[in-house]
Design a protein around this ligand. Sequence first.
Ligand code: BDR
Ligand code: CA
Length: 311
Amino acid sequence: MKNIWLDSDPGIDDAVAFAMAAASSDELNVLGITAVSGNQSSDRVTRNALRLSAMLGMDDVPVVRGAREPLIKKVADAAEFHGESGLGHFTAPATAKTVAAKNGLLYMAVSILSLPAEQKVTLVPTGPLTDIALLLKTFPDVRERIERIVFMGGSSIGGNVTDKAEFNIWADPDAAQIVLHSGIPTVMCGLDITLQCGLTKPQIAALLADTDPIKNAYGQMLSFYANVPGNEEEPLVAIHDAVTIIYLTHPELFGGKFVTVDVDCGKGAGNGETICTDAHIDADNAVYMLNEVDLPAFQRVLLGKLDTLKG
Ligand code: BDR
Ligand code: CA
């Protein structure tokens, strides 16, 4: 059993990552969830994390609020892609579940430090890396309890929010630079892989037509996502954040290579770009960047996991 911590900004594809984690409870033990401001405001992503985790049967998984804004940059959301609520037109069922603690990062640090001595945690960030950077800087003892970081973000093939930058890194480049130079083993699920990992529009339409409440909920969220700018013309709707969890449970579906990553934290047009090189790998800061996938198998795993979550 692998301990994981989800740090996310739900967000439609974050919601799919939640479902993948909920459906993998025989392999993954979700210690907790931090909701970081990103796709939507801190209030909205925290509400979505509470509601989605309850909807998916993760009632006993603590949810806490993470950072409300990036380290240095001004906060900017992605409402254009996830809607005003963060979940498109889907209204997640209300829940009595409330945040597990007032100070989310302290709670996260204490939870990790309280693990039995022989256990570690894999951090799974699917939003801006603000919480992870703050955790590493504020609670340095946590570092040795982190097995690795498997995150969604970055790109070596151009961006999705600017020509050069991917959203999660662009939203908090300074945090990303800290995390990517932390020396902790890291797997990057950037656009190089996530743009290859998606569902087709007929697959999404089939979810929407399903009477099972969970599959129908994902059909509603993903139908919105399939029609946002950038996705409407594409035959494959990238489900970026789900790649992190599917990589953890099915690493054999993916290929990648080691790179060293520098984040452009300047004020120019390249702000938020991840500059990836495999020419001079800095052994202390090597990042394993995924760039190959068996797409039919990925789709089978994603839909199969959703299928196990009967509402
Ligand atoms: C990333 O940006 C967000 O909008 C998504 O949730 C995903 O984490 C993709 O670039
Ligand atoms: Ca996200």
